[in-house]
Ligand binder design. Structure first.
Ligand code: CMP
Length: 136
């Protein structure tokens, strides 16, 4: 059964003009992009999206960064889409991410790691509702 995942090309990825490369990797893998939008999100939306990190020491930095400029939000669909995209993205810490992955190829700092992907079916459902309520 096809699964859906919420993917963000974060403001650093948009600034560095790699939206196309990220989408190309998603499509090459065989995942289907079924919704896509370029937008700058409000602080409230960032709080909702990153609710599980609210108590972390880096939460303020995370919210400032994700609201700092336009990002691309998209929903990709396919078999085991969540796991498939997390493999394409690489480890959260880009220094540990394997070269050949998105973070492994493009980033050095954990706070600016180019992409976000849902980490579970529950997160995917919650996050898709935040960015694309019309899909649910
Ligand atoms: P993401 O997949 O968007 O989910 C939460 C984000 O928090 C994560 O990617 C990182 O970009 C960010 N993050 C994790 N650890 C730190 C940290 N120590 N300092 C700043 N940001 C972090």
């Amino acid at each position: 059964m096809a699964q859906r995942t919420l993917i963000l090309v974060k403001p650093d990825g948009v600034k560095r003009n790699i939206i196309g490369d990220v989408i190309s990797r998603i499509e090459r893998k065989g995942l289907k992009v079924i919704a896509l939008e370029l937008r700058t999100i409000e602080v409230d939306t960032a709080h909702a999206h990153y609710a599980e990190h609210a108590e972390k020491p880096f939460f303020g930095e995370l919210v400032d960064f994700i609201t700092s400029g336009p990002l691309v939000a998209l929903v990709a669909e396919g078999d085991r889409a969540i796991e498939a995209f997390r493999a394409l993205a690489g480890a959260t810490d880009p220094v540990k991410a394997t070269p050949g992955t998105i973070r492994g190829d493009y980033a050095l700092q954990v706070a600016q790691n180019i992409v976000h992907g849902s980490d579970s079916p529950e997160s995917a459902e919650r996050e898709i509702k935040i960015f694309f309520p019309e899909l649910v």
